[in-house]
Design a protein around this ligand. Structure first.
Ligand code: SAH
Length: 221
C-alpha cells in the first residue's frame, strides 16, 4: 500500500512508464500535457511494493479500504476531457489513492479533492509524494455536497460512478466550466461531459462506457 518513506524510481520504472504512455497514445489519448504528466508520475509509489510491475499495466488496481486506483487510460481520458488551462480551479470527487489528483496537480492547476472514507483520507495524508504538490488541497467529506466555500470551480471531475448528476456540483460549476462524470446505477457507467454556458445553460455529451466503484452518500468513519 501507499508508503510513508520515499521509494526508488529507477530506469526500469521509467522505461515501463514510457511504454505505458505509448500504449495510451495508441488507445487515442492525444493531449501531450496529460501524457507528459503520466510519464512523470511514479505510479508504483501508489501501490504495494509487490505490485511494481503491475503499476505500469493499463488497468485498475485494488488499494486500501476496498477501493481502486483508476486505470491509467481512464485517468488520462477524464483529464483530457477537462481541457485544463493553467490556473484553473478544479474539484475532484473521490481522492482514493490520489493518483488522479497528482496527474491534475502536475498540470499547474489548483485542486480541491474530497474523499468520503476516513481511513483512506488519513492514509493518503502520510503519503510523502504529495509534498510535491502544494497546489492539491484534500478534504474529508461527502462529494455530493461539493465545497460551497471554495466554489465556483472551472472544472469538476468525479472519479466514482454517480447514480445521477449531483445537483449541488452542477451549481458549483462556473459558467464556461466543464464537469466530467461517469453516470450509472450499476457497475457500468456512461462517461458524461457537461459544459455550462455563460448564461448557465447545461449541455451534455456522452463519451463512452466505463466502470467505477460507486459514488456513495454521506461520510464513512
Ligand atoms: N481518483 C482515485 C479513484 C479512487 S476510486 C484514484 O486516482 O485513485 C473512487 C473513490 O471515490 C473511492 O476512494 C471512494 O471512497 C470515493 N467516493 C465514493 N463516493 C464518494 C463521495 N460521495 N464523496 C467523496 N468520495 C467518494
Amino acid at each position: 500500500m501507499l508508503q510513508s518513506k520515499p521509494k526508488d524510481d529507477n530506469y526500469l520504472h521509467k522505461g515501463l512508464r514510457k511504454q505505458l504512455v505509448q500504449s495510451l497514445r495508441v488507445k487515442g489519448i492525444k493531449d501531450e500535457r496529460v501524457l507528459t504528466a503520466i510519464e512523470a508520475i511514479p505510479r508504483h509509489f501508489f501501490l504495494d511494493p509487490a505490485f511494481e510491475r503491475q503499476a505500469y499495466e493499463d488497468r485498475a488496481f485494488p488499494i486500501t479500504a476496498g477501493q481502486t486506483i483508476s486505470q491509467p487510460y481512464t485517468v488520462a481520458y477524464q483529464t483530457q476531457l477537462l481541457e485544463l488551462k493553467k490556473f484553473d480551479k478544479v474539484l475532484e470527487i473521490g481522492t482514493g489513492s490520489a493518483y488522479q489528483a497528482c496527474v491534475l496537480g502536475e498540470l499547474g492547476i489548483t485542486l480541491c479533492t474530497i474523499e468520503r472514507q476516513r481511513a483512506l483520507y488519513d492514509y493518503v495524508g502520510q503519503f510523502f509524494f504529495l509534498k510535491k504538490y502544494p497546489n492539491i488541497k484534500r478534504f474529508y467529506g461527502d462529494g455530493f455536497e461539493g465545497l460551497p466555500s471554495f466554489a465556483p470551480f472551472d472544472k469538476i471531475i468525479i472519479t466514482c460512478g454517480a447514480p445521477f448528476l449531483p445537483p449541488k456540483l452542477l451549481e458549483q460549476l462556473k459558467p464556461g466550466g466543464i464537469m466530467v462524470v461517469p453516470v450509472g446505477e450499476d457497475e457500468k457507467q456512461k462517461m458524461i461531459r457537461i459544459t455550462k454556458d455563460a448564461d448557465g445553460t447545461l449541455w451534455q455529451q456522452e463519451m463512452g462506457d466505463f466502470s467505477f466503484v460507486p459514488m456513495l452518500q454521506g461520510k464513512n468513519n
